[in-house]
Each structure stands twice: as structure tokens, then as C-alpha cells.
Write a protein that binds this ligand. Structure first.
Ligand code: PLP
Length: 427
């Protein structure tokens, strides 16, 4: 038998793949394919598990879990998390607008990213966000100016680069010296001293983020120990930070990866913090939404080949780019449970004109034309990374809430795709 399906609430019932008892075949029939389907309970449970682990470790000491919006920024997802008390980690003015629209509180927003524009800084300052995570001295200088022009002081953390190897895929590893992210650890103390003397800046915290899809907590804890040490150095310099944040990066099970034990992870972070009078911030993205979503797709053609056979499906790299971009593995399973044992080996490919447009290599599947497949663990970095390449409208998004499926983003229409374009000559 194959491994259990890791996406929340997804299992076969009476021969049909369901999410929390709601038939995914029904959802495909109602909303068409390709379609992303998320589970409200999956999102809430993942958030609550982490929240409870941190609460148990922290006791009465303060903490905030800031969901990394870039992992899944649908308003319905943000609204669910806002109601659970989440803060948000954003990387653009657009994401701040989404958070506010979804009912999130600016006072729990931290603004990450290494290329913030003046307009984005100004928007976030006026909204009153909790903190800017600053990644360079040039960015710090600009924020100082923008804040002074507004007569405000910008709360700031430096995102420092602790030079810890996250041992994850190089494209999602961010904490090493040769990386574009963060302020070099050895420079940080000097930069903090400068920041502390800027009229438009208020030093608020220390931040890092070493990478994504980590399956071992050790590098996260090592990074935490380093930034706690930095906070102690700053205190000796007379700079007292209000919060310390080791970022996000907790991985999920796509295939058979071990998952970080959240209680042990939270306890290790707490033991690094001890009784220092600071707030703990976390910035998880994938761990909250990754296994709360699937991508449903239909087989357009079965294409036997000389060397291998293909299932040509109606979802493509423009819908889910992770396999093409990161060589990521997503489990793919039949929506109608195969009765016999007529599986064959296929590459599951999309219709986009790129050889990299593969959702899964060498999969044992039983499928014929018109059958539905579910690409699992697609709740994080799925729809948000989708594009209109090949003039393909982006998928619909649906949320399963208790026993009902609700549309949370309409499928794009072809007309919408070129609504802003025009010819320079008359047609
Ligand atoms: C992407 C990102 C996160 C979230 O990463 P996950 O691996 O999804 O938890 C957190 N913090 C920062 C600064 C990020 O860029």
C-alpha cells in the first residue's frame, strides 16, 4: 500500500478522493479544473498546533505568529488566520493591502523583503505596522528619510544573515554568506548603532530567516542562538530590542520527509531566549498552508511514448511552478480510487511549451482521458506563484469549510488577460 496522504482531511471515501468528506470530483464538476482546493480546518489546525506549541513553551511571555503572506495570499486564507489572532509577514505593499482588506491588523504586520520602495515604506508607515525588517544600510537610510518626511519613526529590525546552512534546496536557502538576503552578521552591530542614532528610526528587534522547507530544527535553533547573542551585544551597547524573530522555514511532508516536532522546536527557541524580556516572533508560511490544499487537474490525453508515457493534464507549470523551479516533489493521486491494479508509469505534464512543464516524473498511476488527478500539498507557493504564461487564465480557488465548498477566487477569463493591452494601429 502507498503512504498515507499527507494533505489535511484528504482520503478516499467510497472510492472517491474527498477533502473532509467533500468529494473532490464534485468540486471539479462544480468549479471546473484546474482548481486549487483548500481546507479551512487544515489551515486552522496547522496554525493552532504551532500556536499551542509556542504558548506551552512561552508561558505568559509574549509572542506573535506572523503568517508569511507570500505562501498563500488569498483573502479568505488571510481572514481565517486574522480571526485566529495571527500577525502577518509581508513582502510588498500589495500584500499589506491584502492583509488590511482581509481584516488583519497593521499593528501585527512585519514587512520583510530587500527591495522596499519609498511608496511601500510610506504606505506601511501610515498604516502603522509593527516592524520593518531591513536588509541593507541603503534601505535603512531611505526608511529614515521617508519616516522623517512623514514626521514618524519607523520601528526596525535588521534581518541579519547568521551564516547557517539550512541544508535545503539552494533556491530556498537564504542564510548563507553568498546569498542576496540580509545584513552580514559581523556588520550588524555597527549598523544597529547607526540605526539607533537616526531620527526616523526606532530599533525594535532582531530578525533572520535562513531558508524554507527545513526538515531539521537544528539550523533554526542555531540561527536563533546567534541572533539572541547579537541582541545581548546590542544590550551592552545600550540598545534594547523589543522582539527577536528566527523567521519561518519549518517544512512539511510532501513525500516522506520527517516533520519538525513543533513542541521541541518551540522549546528550543524558548531555551535560547531564556528570561530575556522580549517578544518572540515567528514567520511561518508553508507550515501553515502547505498541507491544507490540493490542485485538481483533468487528464486531457494519454500519450504513450517510445521511452516513456505521458499524462497530459490541464494544469501546468503556470499553475504550479514548484516542480519546474525547485525540482519539488508533489504527490499525485487519482480522484477515482483505482479498483484493479492497472497502474502504469507516466510523466504528468502540462500543455505549456516548455520541457520543464512537468508536475511529476515517473508516477505510477491508473488514469485515462477525462480522469481527475489531485496534486497534493499544493496550499503553499502554489496559486500565488501562478502566471498567465501561454495566455492561460489562472485557476479558481475553492475553500472547503466544514462540509461545503465555497469559491474564494473566480477563475480568470481570457478577456481579463488582455484587458489592459491595446494595439498601436487600428484593427
Ligand atoms: C518566505 C519567508 C518566510 C516564510 O517561509 P516558509 O518557509 O514558508 O515558512 C518567512 N520569513 C521571510 C523573511 C520570508 O522571506
Amino acid at each position: 500500500m502507498s503512504a498515507p496522504l499527507s494533505t489535511f482531511g484528504v482520503e478516499y471515501r467510497a472510492g472517491t478522493l474527498c477533502m473532509e468528506g467533500v468529494s473532490l470530483a464534485q468540486i471539479a464538476a462544480q468549479f471546473d479544473t484546474p482548481v486549487f482546493v483548500y481546507s479551512r480546518a487544515g489551515i486552522s489546525n496547522a496554525f493552532s498546533h504551532l500556536d499551542q506549541a509556542v504558548k506551552a513553551a512561552r508561558g505568559t511571555r509574549p509572542y506573535t505568529i506572523c503568517f508569511a503572506v507570500k505562501a498563500n495570499s488569498n483573502l479568505a486564507v488571510l481572514n481565517i488566520l486574522a480571526k485566529l489572532g495571527a500577525g502577518f509577514d509581508i513582502v510588498s505593499g500589495g500584500e499589506l493591502a491584502r492583509v488590511l482588506k482581509a481584516g488583519g491588523s497593521a499593528s501585527k504586520v512585519v514587512f520583510s523583503g530587500l527591495g522596499k520602495t519609498s511608496a511601500e515604506m510610506s504606505f506601511a508607515l501610515k498604516a502603522g505596522i509593527k516592524c520593518f525588517n531591513i536588509e541593507s544600510e541603503a534601505e535603512l537610510e531611505r526608511l529614515d528619510q521617508v519616516a522623517q518626511q512623514l514626521g514618524l519613526r519607523a520601528p526596525v529590525s535588521l534581518r541579519v544573515n547568521p551564516n547557517v546552512d539550512a541544508k535545503t534546496h539552494p533556491y530556498i536557502s537564504t542564510g548563507l554568506k553568498n546569498n542576496k538576503f540580509g545584513v552580514a552578521f559581523d556588520r550588524a552591530r555597527d549598523v544597529y548603532r547607526r540605526a539607533a542614532n537616526m531620527a526616523g528610526i526606532q530599533v525594535a528587534g532582531v530578525d533572520c530567516h535562513i531558508g524554507s522547507q527545513l526538515t531539521d530544527a537544528a539550523p533554526l535553533v542555531e540561527a536563533m542562538q546567534k541572533i539572541v547573542g547579537l541582541a545581548d551585544d546590542l544590550a551592552r551597547d545600550g540598545i534594547q530590542v523589543h522582539h527577536i524573530c528566527p523567521g519561518g522555514g519549518v517544512g512539511i511532508t510532501y513525500q516522506d520527509e520527517e516533520q519538525i516536532r513543533l513542541d521541541a522546536y518551540a522549546a528550543a527557541l524558548q531555551s535560547a531566549l531564556g528570561d530575556r524580556p522580549v517578544e518572540l516572533l515567528l514567520e511561518p508560511g508553508r507550515a501553515i498552508v502547505g498541507n491544507a490544499g490540493v490542485l485538481l487537474t483533468r487528464v486531457e490525453y494519454v500519450k504513450p511514448g517510445e521511452a516513456k508515457s505521458f499524462l497530459v493534464v490541464d494544469a501546468a507549470m503556470n499553475d504550479l511552478i514548484r516542480p519546474a523551479l525547485y525540482q519539488a516533489h508533489h504527490r499525485i493521486t487519482e480522484v477515482a480510487e483505482p479498483a484493479g491494479n492497472d497502474r502504469a508509469t507516466y510523466d504528468v505534464v502540462g500543455p505549456v511549451c516548455e520541457s520543464a512543464d512537468v508536475l511529476g516524473y515517473s508516477r505510477e498511476l491508473s488514469a485515462k482521458q477525462g480522469d481527475l488527478l489531485a496534486v497534493l500539498s499544493a496550499g503553499a507557493y502554489g496559486f500565488v506563484m501562478s502566471s498567465n504564461y501561454n495566455t492561460r487564465p489562472r485557476s479558481a480557488e475553492v475553500m472547503v469549510d466544514a462540509s461545503t465548498a465555497k469559491l474564494v477566487r473566480a477563475r480568470e477569463t481570457i478577456e481579463e488577460l488582455f484587458a489592459g493591452e491595446q494595439a498601436i494601429d487600428e484593427a
